[in-house]
Design a protein. Structure first.
Length: 72
């Protein structure tokens, strides 16, 4: 966690991604994760301008999370 928190400006995104990954009962697709993060705390709809690139979201974890392109 310390390594993630030391990243300038990315710690909030990192915490949001981690929360969704840990709390979800099933594996999320990259699109689902992007959309979950794009909905703000006081929003009820998806904000397309708030979508983060999946590569960027993974990069804030400095290798601690990966994308599995083979779901089987």
């Amino acid at each position: 966690m310390e390594r993630i928190e030391n990243q300038l400006g990315d710690e909030e995104l990192a915490k949001q991604v981690l929360s969704w990954i840990i709390c979800e009962k099933r594996l999320l697709t990259t699109i689902e994760l992007q959309r979950a993060i794009a909905v703000g705390p006081n929003q009820s709809e998806l904000d397309n301008e708030n979508l983060s690139g999946i590569e960027y979201m993974v990069s804030v974890y400095a290798g601690l999370i990966t994308i599995d392109n083979d779901p089987t």
